[in-house]
Write a protein that binds this ligand. Structure first.
Ligand SMILES: [Zn+2]
Length: 152
C-alpha cells in the first residue's frame, strides 16, 4: 500500500543494493497516507487477494478494489516489490504486521454475507448436495464460529 502511494517508478526492478531506496518509498507512502490508512488498505487488499485467488470476488468487491487501486499495473508492481522486499532483505515483517495479516478485511458485499461461510451446491441437479466452505476474506482460517464483528 505504501509503495503504491509513493514515488516508486512503475518500471522499477529491485536489485541488490536498492533496499534503502525501497525503504524510503515505503516511508514516503506511509507519510502520505498515514499509518492507519496504510493498515486499513492493506487489510482490504489482502482480503481481496484471498478472495481473488479462490475466484470468489463479487462485482462489488471488484469495483471497491478498483476504486482503491485505480492503477492496476502500479498495484501489481507495488505488491510484487513488497513481497521481494519482505523476503529478500534484512527488513522482515514485524510480529505486529504478521498479526495484522491474520485479519484480512473485505470491502463490498461478500458471497458469505459476512457470516464467514459460503454455501455451495455440489450437484446443480440436486439441491440437497450442499456444503459450506469458509470465506477466504471473512474467515480465512475456517473457524467454526467466525470472530466477532466480521459481518459487514
Ligand atoms: Zn466473506
Amino acid at each position: 500500500m505504501a509503495l503504491y502511494a509513493s514515488d516508486m517508478p512503475l518500471r522499477f526492478l529491485m536489485r541488490r543494493g536498492d533496499e534503502t531506496t525501497v525503504l524510503a518509498w515505503i516511508l514516503q507512502g506511509v507519510a502520505r497516507l498515514g499509518l492507519a490508512e496504510v493498515h486499513r488498505s492493506a487489510a482490504y487488499a489482502y482480503g481481496y487477494r484471498l478472495l481473488w485467488l479462490a475466484d470468489l470476488t463479487t462485482q462489488e468487491q471488484d469495483q471497491a478494489h478498483q476504486r482503491r487501486f485505480p492503477n492496476q499495473r502500479r498495484w501489481d508492481r507495488a505488491e510484487r516489490l513488497a513481497s521481494c522486499f519482505t523476503v529478500w532483505t534484512d527488513y522482515p515483517m514485524t510480529q505486529a504486521a504478521k498479526d495484522r495479516a491474520r485479519h484480512p478485511d473485505v470491502e463490498g458485499a461478500c458471497r458469505c454475507g459476512g457470516t464467514g461461510w459460503i454455501g455451495e451446491c455440489l450437484d446443480p441437479d440436486d439441491p440437497t448436495t450442499r456444503m459450506a466452505r469458509n470465506c477466504p476474506g471473512h474467515n480465512p482460517e475456517g473457524r467454526v464460529v467466525p470472530r466477532p464483528g466480521v459481518a459487514r
